[in-house]
Design a protein around this ligand. Structure first.
Ligand SMILES: [Zn+2]
Length: 442
């Protein structure tokens, strides 16, 4: 027995015990442990994806792909992947999801239109390779992303032009005869376009984690599908600062039992890395290890029901730090952890996110100088090192900013801030450009 298969079995055992222990299902399906039919991880990338530019300083920058590629080359992951370069003519499948009007208006956009079609084509090629058994799973390093695109916008929606993953799901059904598709969306933002595409469709189970009050303002758990699709749309609401453990629990408690009753034929992932710690546009705290763990949970579903077939599509994931577009080190590291897990089954170790970044969020337990106790904010020393303190709601909105003058009155009674009950975060912005994130509850 290899180390890989040993640790994988242990992981599956733990997962089974977790679900059974919660009483969510009576027993694991007899199909558990089914071996993947094929091996190998495909990688989809084309330099044409760099040609699409929204603006020079836009966070959805071509640099994102270059950083990911460079990291994969450094770690050897790139060399271990199967490079997939066979696309599929996508027009008829695009029109399964989008109107002719939308398609025409996107194609009228110079550069962006053709690049967006190339991205869809490349994704369909990866689906075809997984369906044909050439590979077991694949990652598609594509731009532009897709999960906010609606059927008839005729334009950009949240940096998206075509609903790549929805088109991929339809292609898998029509051209590859897969009946049931599971789409997992772990991007920080809700996959509103994907939800809309399949809201009344019981053949696609959509599972998405987000803060519903964050952009685009959708993703409430009460939205469960309609008509025949009732129960096939699952929104898991998260809080700002959600950790690896918070995500693992939602996957164990909600996604895995849902997959057990759905029994998908193919798993697709809307793989946004803006749920990573310190993302420019996200406020979750997933790390490399967290992304790796969620990847393994998705792979376990694919191994159990789909002979390992899983295709992951890049969505969001931006530079590190809140204030400016800069290093994409965290994006590259989390993408590497995800793809290395697809390759090896192995849980990837934690990585150093911040060696080239400006701001360093740390929890209060790492920082004895600033902490909250009994609804009071204490700053033990070195107040002059603090530039400002922001109080943020769980959805990431700043509700109060305190500068040096108000910090002179220590401790600060957080109970007097006229805030509603709930979970909040303090962001202590230090003059050395570190940022300390401290959660508290009122
Ligand atoms: Zn996003």
């Amino acid at each position: 027995m290899t180390v890989s298969s040993f640790s994988r079995r242990l992981f599956l055992d733990r997962t089974i015990k977790g679900i059974v222990g919660l009483g969510l299902i009576p027993a694991w399906s007899g199909r558990a442990g089914q071996k993947a039919a094929t091996q190998g991880t495909g990688y989809v990338y084309d330099p044409v994806f760099l040609d699409h530019i929204l603006s020079e300083t836009h966070p959805e920058s071509p640099e994102r792909l270059l950083w990911i590629n460079q990291k994969l080359e450094e770690t050897g992951v790139f060399a271990d992947c199967v490079q997939l370069d066979q696309g599929v003519a996508p027009e008829e499948y695009i029109l399964e999801i989008h109107t002719q009007r939308h398609h025409g208006l996107i194609q009228d956009k110079p550069t962006t239109g053709p690049v967006a079609v190339e991205a869809v084509s490349a994704v369909l090629g990866a689906i075809q390779a997984a369906a044909g058994g050439t590979i077991r799973n694949a990652f598609c390093a594509i731009r532009p992303p897709g999960h906010h695109s609606h059927s008839d916008d005729g334009g950009e929606n949240g940096f998206c032009f075509y609903s790549n993953i929805a088109i991929a799901a339809r292609y898998a059904q029509i051209a590859c005869q897969f009946e049931k598709i599971l789409i997992i969306d772990w991007d920080y933002h809700h996959g509103n376009g994907t939800e809309a595409a399949f809201y009344s469709d019981p053949s696609v189970l959509f599972f998405s984690t987000q803060i519903p009050s964050a952009w685009p303002g959708t993703g409430y758990a009460s939205r469960t599908g309609e008509g025949d699709g009732e129960g096939f749309n699952i929104n898991a609401e998260m809080l700002s600062g959600a950790t690896n453990d918070d995500f693992a629990k939602v996957y164990d408690d909600i996604l895995i039992p849902a997959a057990e009753s759905f029994q998908p034929d193919l798993v697709l992932i809307s793989s946004g890395f803006d749920s990573k710690r310190n993302d420019y546009l996200g406020y979750f705290d997933l790390t490399c290890e967290g992304y790796s763990c969620l990847t393994r949970k998705a792979m376990d579903i694919a191994d159990t029901y789909c002979e390992g077939r899983l295709v992951s599509l890049l969505e969001g994931g931006y530079s590190d730090g809140r204030d400016s577009v800069g290093s994409f080190y965290g994006l590259a590291n989390t993408a590497n952890a995800h793809i290395a897990t697809l390759l090896s089954n192995e849980l990837q170790p934690e990585c150093d996110y911040y060696s080239r970044t400006k701001r360093i969020p740390v929890s209060s337990r790492d920082n004895p100088d600033i902490f909250v106790r009994n609804r009071k904010l204490y700053i033990q020393s070195n107040i002059s090192a603090i530039e400002k303190i922001r109080i943020m709601r769980a959805d990431g909105m700043t509700v109060q900013t305190m500068r040096e003058e108000s910090l002179a009155r220590i401790p600060v009674d957080l109970g007097k801030l006229k805030l509603a009950q709930g979970r909040y975060f303090i962001a202590a912005v230090m003059k050395n450009n570190k940022e300390l994130i401290i959660p508290f509850t009122l």
